[in-house]
Design a protein around this ligand. Structure first.
Ligand SMILES: Cc1cc2nc3c(=O)[nH]c(=O)nc-3n(C[C@H](O)[C@H](O)[C@H](O)COP(=O)(O)OP(=O)(O)OC[C@H]3O[C@@H](n4cnc5c(N)ncnc54)[C@H](O)[C@@H]3O)c2cc1C
Length: 347
C-alpha cells in the first residue's frame, strides 16, 4: 500500500481544526497546538458573565479527531523542510499548514492553557467583575462594543466607560449600525470617551492622551489582534509583512513554496479577520492539498465582504450586510445558532 503523505498543521483554531478533521482520512495528519482544545472565541465574552458557558464552547482536539496525532506544544521555528518544537523535537513534513491565528489580551484568548486553568481564569475575571464598581473597556471595535453591551445588560448598575481612539465606534461598519450601537450603549448608561487614546495603563487607573486619569476596578483591553508568526522570524522572515501577517498567493500557499499553506487570521490578506473567513481559507487549503496530490489545478481564494452578526447582550443583535442593518432579537438568536453549529462541527 502507498505510504500516506504527512500533513503537519500548526494551530487548532477555526482553520486548523477543520483542516485536520477533513484530511485525516486521506493523509497522515499531525496537529500541533499550544492548547489541547478548540475554543469558540466569539462565545468567550459571554463566559466572563457566565463562566459555566465555557463547557459549551470548548472541544478537546482528541474528541473530534479520530486519526490525527495531536501534540500540545509550541512551534518555535519552521524551515522549508522541518518544524522545530519547543522541546527541540524536529518533525519533517510533506505538506505544512500554518494556522496559528492571532493573540488577544487575557481573558479573551489564552494560548497556554488546559481546560481547568482556562476555567479558573474565566471564573477569576467573573469574580472581579462581580466586585467591580467601575469597569473600563479600551477599544471600541466590535469586541469592545460586544463586551460593553454584555456587561451593561447583566450589570446595569455598574459604571462602564468605553474608550476609543476614533470619533465613532466600530468605524469600519455601516453608519446605521454605528448609530444603533452608540445609542444602545449610551441609553443604558455606558459612557463613551471617543477620540481619546489611552497612553498608560496602571494597576488601578489609565491615563489618556489629554492627561486625564480614569480610575477603574477592572479594565479590559480590546484593541485588536496580533498575528502569531514568531516561528518564521529566523528562517522565513521575507514571507512576513510589516505587521507580521504571512504573505500568501491566491492559492493560499506561502509565496514561492508549493507545499506550505496558510489559513485563518495569520494570513496576510486584506479583509476582516473572522471565524467564517478562517473556515473559507480552510476549505481552499483542504482542496489544494488534495489537488497537489492528484496533480490537479489548484483553486483560488477570493476575498469578499461577508455578512456580520454583532451581539449586544443575549437579547439584541445586529445583522449587517453590504446594504442592510437588521437589528433586534433575530440576529441575537442567529448568533447563538451559529455558535451551536460551529461547535458541533468539531464533535
Ligand atoms: C472576542 C472575539 C469575538 C469574535 N467574534 C466573531 C464572530 O462573531 N464571528 C466571526 O466570524 N469571527 C469572530 N471573531 C474572530 C475569530 O475568532 C477569529 O477570526 C478566528 O478565531 C480565527 O481563527 P484561526 O483558526 O485563524 O486562529 P485561532 O482561532 O486564533 O487559533 C489559532 C490556534 O493556534 C494556536 N497557536 C498559536 N501559536 C502557536 C504556536 N506557535 N504553536 C502551536 N500552536 C499555536 C493557538 O493556541 C490556537 O489554538 C472574534 C474574535 C474575538 C477575539
Amino acid at each position: 500500500m502507498k505510504k500516506k503523505k504527512k500533513v503537519v498543521i500548526l494551530g487548532g483554531g477555526f482553520a486548523g481544526s477543520i483542516i485536520a478533521k477533513q484530511l485525516e482520512k486521506e493523509f497522515d495528519t499531525i496537529l500541533i497546538d499550544t492548547k489541547p482544545y478548540f475554543e469558540y472565541t466569539p462565545g468567550i465574552l459571554r463566559t466572563i458573565i457566565k463562566p459555566e458557558h465555557i463547557k459549551k464552547i470548548q472541544r478537546l482536539h482528541n474528541h473530534y479527531l479520530q486519526k490525527t496525532t495531536i501534540q500540545v506544544t509550541n512551534v518555535v521555528r519552521i524551515t522549508r523542510k522541518e518544524v522545530i518544537l519547543q522541546n527541540n523535537q524536529r518533525m519533517s513534513y510533506d505538506f505544512l499548514v500554518i494556522s496559528t491565528g492571532s493573540t488577544y489580551e487575557l481573558p479573551i484568548k489564552d494560548e497556554n492553557a488546559i481546560p481547568a486553568s482556562r476555567a479558573d481564569t474565566l471564573r477569576s475575571y467573573h469574580q472581579r467583575l462581580e466586585n467591580a464598581k467601575k469597569v473600563i473597556i479600551i477599544g471600541g471595535g466590535i469586541v469592545g462594543v460586544e463586551l460593553a453591551a454584555e456587561i451593561v445588560t447583566h450589570y446595569p448598575q455598574k459604571e462602564i466607560v468605553l474608550i476609543h481612539s476614533k470619533k465613532r465606534l466600530m468605524q469600519r461598519n455601516r453608519n446605521k449600525t454605528i448609530t444603533y450601537v452608540e445609542s444602545f450603549l449610551t441609553k443604558r448608561g455606558v459612557q463613551l470617551l471617543l477620540g481619546k487614546k489611552v497612553v498608560a495603563i496602571e494597576k488601578d487607573n489609565v491615563t489618556l492622551d489629554d492627561a486625564t486619569i480614569e480610575p477603574y476596578d477592572l479594565a479590559f483591553v480590546c484593541t485588536g489582534i496580533k498575528p502569531n508568526f514568531t516561528f518564521m522570524k529566523k528562517t522565513l522572515s521575507t514571507n512576513l509583512d510589516k505587521r507580521g501577517f504571512i504573505k500568501v498567493n491566491e492559492n493560499l500557499q506561502l509565496k514561492g513554496i508549493k507545499n506550505i499553506f496558510v489559513a485563518g487570521d495569520v494570513a496576510g490578506i486584506t479583509e476582516e479577520k473572522t471565524a467564517q473567513t478562517a473556515e473559507k481559507h480552510a476549505k481552499v487549503v483542504i482542496e489544494n492539498i488534495k489537488n497537489l496530490e492528484r496533480n490537479k489545478k489548484l483553486i483560488e481564494y477570493s476575498s469578499r465582504k461577508r455578512p456580520t452578526i454583532i451581539s449586544l447582550g443575549p437579547y439584541t443583535g445586529i445583522l449587517e450586510t453590504d446594504n442592510a442593518t437588521i437589528t433586534g432579537l433575530l440576529p441575537a438568536v442567529l448568533k447563538v445558532l451559529i455558535e451551536d453549529k460551529r461547535v458541533r462541527k468539531r464533535a
